[in-house]
Ligand binder design. Structure first.
Ligand SMILES: [Zn+2]
Length: 264
């Protein structure tokens, strides 16, 4: 079982990361892809991946929230990272019109620039889309031909969006959002439209703690999600799909290894 998105370079993990990683291993995780959301956090993710090769991997990219800061200098620093084998994807990039921490124009530009990087360096894309289906779809559709593989991480969108992304050949990342009683209703209902060979699982730690009863009280730090909770998301997803959890884990792990080219 592999967590395709954990923000382990977040300061909240600074003091006890070794324990966090041990708990993940105890929960049978075989790998964690550490999300980069800026040059700084991508460098930090890379450093972690280099300390624990074959268990930690990293992405390098600029999150839509930080798109206002995207420029040639940032891009040069990203390019320097994309040569490293421990960087397994370009991202997190995409569009987030929910909060618009960066202007939509800058988000579109930074997104397109990073798609170009992924194509040039032949790395898959780790993507974020929130309340931006139309523009996000248009940009991905326009790049369909030369595009490397891409996963829409933490998918929380509509049935229309899900089907459109699948038609484009995109992969879908599922977080603990799926077990959220209220916010997860729609996702639990529609995820059956995604074939097993397009699904991957992730925690998005320290965010999005799964909502199973009793789980929250087991967290070592209040309200901080950890990779060890990934089996809970696997179980909920398996239930929604009507398949055995072991089979779901086997299949999503295989998808992840192939997608990110993890097995050398
Ligand atoms: Zn995200």
């Amino acid at each position: 079982m592999i967590d395709i998105g954990a923000n382990l370079s977040n300061p909240t993990f600074e003091h006890d990361l070794a324990d966090v990683l041990q708990r993940a291993k105890d929960a049978k995780l075989q790998g964690i892809i550490v999300t980069g959301t800026s040059v700084e956090s991508s460098l930090a993710a890379l450093a972690l991946a280099e300390q624990q090769p074959n268990f930690l991997y990293a992405t390098a990219g600029v999150h839509p929230h930080d798109a206002d800061s995207y420029n040639d200098n940032i891009e040069t620093q990203l390019i320097a990272m994309l040569d490293k084998p421990n960087i397994v994807a370009v991202g997190e990039t995409g569009l987030d019109f929910n909060r618009n921490f960066s202007t939509p124009d800058n988000q579109r530009q930074a997104f397109e620039a990073q798609i170009a990087l992924a194509n040039r360096y032949q790395k898959p894309l780790f993507l974020h889309e929130r309340d931006a289906f139309k523009d996000f779809y248009a940009i991905m559709a326009a790049n369909k031909k030369e595009q490397t593989q891409a996963v829409v991480h933490c998918f929380t969108g509509s049935e229309t969006a899900l089907k459109a992304y699948l038609d484009l050949g995109l992969y879908i990342g599922i977080t603990g959002w799926i077990s959220d009683k209220k916010r997860g209703v729609n996702l639990r209902e529609i995820i059956k439209y995604a074939p097993l060979d397009r699904l991957m699982i992730e925690t998005d730690a320290p965010y999005l703690t799964p909502q199973q009863a009793g789980l929250k009280s087991q967290l070592s730090k209040k309200n901080r999600n950890e990779p060890w909770t990934l089996p809970y998301t696997a179980a909920t997803l398996a239930e929604c799909l009507g398949v055995e959890t072991t089979m779901l884990i086997e299949k999503t792990t295989e998808n992840t290894n192939n997608f990110f080219n993890l097995v050398s």
